[in-house]
Design a protein. Structure first.
Length: 116
């Protein structure tokens, strides 16, 4: 599985961005997809994830502001980010977990910078 993330950029606080993650390769084996983020000196943290059954899960810090979705026909994962805050500044990574074999794959990361 190959993942290509895009959509990052510079935005003012209160603004919006939409991240995309295009999947290719053994996409039929993908079960869970998710977005993570990382700032220098800190561990990568889960932002949101969505399994194949569609039940979403969000970090408390983004609930009500971010929405994760996946378009299986386009093999693409999205993260709609609204009401952005400076503390949302990070490199955002998409991840996919496959069923067979059980494995995790990461995209290359896209930088989101929120100015105050």
């Amino acid at each position: 599985v190959q993942l290509q993330a895009s959509g990052g950029g510079l935005v003012q606080a209160g603004g919006s961005l939409r991240l995309s993650c295009a999947a290719s390769g053994s996409i039929l084996s993908i079960n869970v997809m998710g977005w993570y983020r990382q700032v220098p000196g800190k561990q990568r943290e889960l932002v949101a994830q969505i399994p194949s059954d569609g039940n979403t899960n969000y970090a408390d810090s983004v609930k009500g502001r971010f929405t994760i979705s996946r378009d299986n026909a386009k093999n693409t994962l999205y993260l709609q980010m609204n009401s952005l805050k400076p503390e949302d500044t990070a490199v955002y990574y998409c991840r996919a977990i496959t069923r067979v074999p059980i494995a995790a794959y990461w995209g290359q990361g896209t930088l989101v910078t929120v100015s105050s």
